[in-house]
Design a binder for this molecule. Structure first.
Ligand code: ADP
Ligand code: MG
Ligand code: ZN
Length: 605
């Protein structure tokens, strides 16, 4: 019985795996297909993965699900037009398949070994297949066909300006060649995920009207040693034939990681060979031939320094998250295809979405449009945007998920705890909504605190206030239920990170204004590497972090003990209504009393 596979949301898929309802899974680069066990209907579904591949594999393994991994990019259901069909000989294919199976199983065993996991715990078949060996899978977009122009990219004016130059090199190469100027070969786009790096690269090709050969770094790296290198060679030779054109390597970090330091034969060999080939190719061509290499990464710090030498990626363009006016521009771009109601104020939406990247804003506009359509409206209203902001912030609403009464109560106390503590803290975060309607997978409930402005500076008292607010959830559980749940783990993680940054980066401790983390190595995703420091100082940092957290937690407890009755009554209201916002919420928050020691702690710690 083979019924057509149906679409499924990823969170549901994870639930089904966890409930041991899934029989087998096929993992493709962009899509997961799976089939339920016969006793659960045997239906097949497909879904889009959202978490890291490693997480998925260990989940499947721990629930004894049979699975297959297909790394071949030709079988994926990607809608990009792949004009480059790989003619693969069927005989060789069979051989490769079985070879791939052996290698895959071997790699899987190695992995299990490394993870210290037991063998035979529902291993299934770890099948890695590399097809189309040696030919790059670069998707070729013909002349100007990316269809993207600079008008489609907003809020990143500086990046656009720098890339405008590249467009000119490509479109009017002769002008530069005649005068003897050397055209740069490689431009690296650096920035957090979703800021429009891929979009910009396509726009450069679109503006210059040249072919765009794109490939993702992870597509180069296959199980077979030598394949990636062959693909790099192939990609460059095709680019030279099509010049002027753009080669775009997305996720450069997947091949461009610093060489060395890996165990031999542990899979690093392949990546190093690929990287070496890339370096060789970059040295072997000349920007004046009309090929320009663009690449994107959100982890520039892990790139091999050789990539940045002169004559390689000697230009870097920062593509950062947009500021408020940038967000408004991006919203305008994406609102073009949508019918907006009279009351929609895109500038107001921009001020409520600090921290959103372009991709989040695109998603927001679409969510709002979906909401309006679902409500049979003729136009998208401000209310739809408000709801969509919450969705994008906290994941999709899922009223259907049922919590036990105790869980619900715990979540309600927890969220009220955040809100009451937060109400007394300085800074520009205002609690605007508390909800115990579960959203997405991660958040059971949430307290919406929207910064009213982009914050670039955090004052010491605000930082303490944020720590106490984060810990307010756990404190409320302890006070009202006498026990604590695992629901606060994310808060605790965030509080610890914040406290550590206060000591190591902001110099806000008795250790003084010494940066224990090198700012230069502060990465775009917010992580950073610590400068080499002595064991004593490390221990002192740990002590200081623990001290800040302990104090903030004690303050959260003191506040909630003082406001015990309010904590109770507000929680009861929340349990009844599920959502607290507007006037009623502000009325509750206005009643919170501050302990006498609060002010002193905020100013002096
Ligand atoms: P990145 O490559 O930096 O992760 P993408 O270019 O893939 O981000 O962005 C994903 C989508 O988000 C784009 O296709 C576009 O719809 C939207 N987007 C991202 N940044 C911008 C921007 N600056 N202006 C307009 N749309 C954007
Ligand atoms: Mg991208
Ligand atoms: Zn919390």
């Amino acid at each position: 019985m083979k019924t057509a596979a149906r679409p499924q949301v990823y969170s549901k898929f994870v639930q089904q795996v966890q409930a041991s309802q899934v029989q087998r899974v096929m993992i493709r680069p962009n899509q997961i297909e799976y089939t339920l066990k016969p006793e659960f209907g045997g239906q097949s579904y497909y879904t889009q993965p959202t978490d890291r591949r490693d997480d998925l594999l260990s989940l499947l393994q721990s629930h004894s699900v049979e699975f297959t991994t297909l790394t071949n990019t030709n079988t994926d259901t990607n809608t990009d037009t792949n004009t480059d069909t790989n003619d693969t000989n069927a005989g060789i294919l069979g051989l490769l398949l079985s070879l791939g199976m052996m290698l895959g199983a071997f790699a899987w065993l190695l992995k299990l070994n490394k993870a210290g996991g037991g063998v035979g715990s529902g291993m299934g078949s770890g099948l890695g297949v590399g097809l189309g060996v040696g030919r790059s899978n670069a998707r070729t977009y013909s002349q100007g066909k990316t269809g993207v122009t600079f008008a489609d990219v907003a809020g990143v004016d500086e990046a656009k300006q720098e890339l405008q130059e590249v467009v000119d090199f490509l479109a009017n190469g002769d002008k530069y060649r005649k005068i003897g100027a050397k055209i740069p070969k490689g431009v690296l786009l650096v920035g957090p995920p979703g800021t429009g790096k891929t979009l910009l690269a396509k726009a450069v090709a679109g503006e210059a009207g040249v072919p765009f050969l794109s490939m993702s770094g992870s597509e180069f790296v296959e199980l077979f040693v030598g394949v990636g290198a062959a693909r790099v060679r192939d990609l460059f030779s095709r680019a030279k034939r099509q010049a002027p054109c753009i080669i775009f390597i997305d996720e450069l970090d997947a091949i461009g990681k610093t060489r060395g330091g890996g165990i031999p034969n542990g899979g690093n060999d392949e990546r190093e060979q690929t990287l070496n080939q890339l370096l060789t190719e970059m040295d072997g061509f000349d920007g004046n031939e009309g090929v320009i290499l663009l690449a994107a990464t959100n982890r520039p710090e892990i790139l091999d320094p050789a990539l940045r030498r002169p004559g390689r990626f000697d230009r870097q363009v920062l593509v950062d998250r947009p500021d408020k006016s940038g967000r408004a521009e991006i919203l305008r771009v994406h609102a073009q295809g949508v019918i907006l109601g009279e009351d929609v104020d895109l500038d107001a939406i921009a001020s409520q979405t600090a921290g959103f990247a372009g991709a989040d804003l695109a998603n927001l506009v679409n969510e709002a449009a979906l909401m309006a359509a679902r409500n049979n409206r003729q136009a998208v209203l401000m209310a739809d945007f408000k709801e969509a902001i919450e969705r994008v912030v906290a994941g999709l609403e899922k009223r259907s998920r049922i919590l036990t009464p105790l869980e619900r109560q715990t979540v309600a106390y927890h969220e009220i705890g955040h809100a009451l503590v937060g109400a007394l803290m300085p800074g520009h975060h205002k609690v605007t909504k508390i909800s115990i309607v579960p959203r997405g997978l991660a958040a059971l409930g949430y307290t919406l605190q929207m910064p009213e402005t982009d914050r670039f500076l955090l004052l010491e008292d605000e930082l303490r206030g944020q720590l106490a607010t984060l810990l307010g959830g756990r404190a409320a559980e302890e006070i009202s239920l006498g026990k604590i749940s695992s629901g606060a783990s994310d808060d605790i993680q965030k509080a610890t990170d914040l406290a550590e940054r206060a000591v190591t980066q902001y110099g806000m401790s008795h250790l003084g204004p010494v940066a224990f983390e090198k700012n230069a190595a502060q990465f775009l995703d917010g992580s950073s590497t610590r400068r080499t420091i002595s064991a004593e100082v490390t221990a002192e940092i740990d002590r200081q972090v623990k001290h800040s957290i302990d104090q903030a937690y004690a303050m959260a407890l003191a506040i909630l003990r003082l406001n015990r009755n309010l904590l109770e009554s507000a929680t009861q209201v929340l349990l009844k209504q599920e959502v607290l916002e507007g006037e009623p919420l502000q009325a509750i928050l206005a009643q919170v009393q501050a302990p006498t020691e609060l002010q002193a702690w905020l100013t002096n710690g």
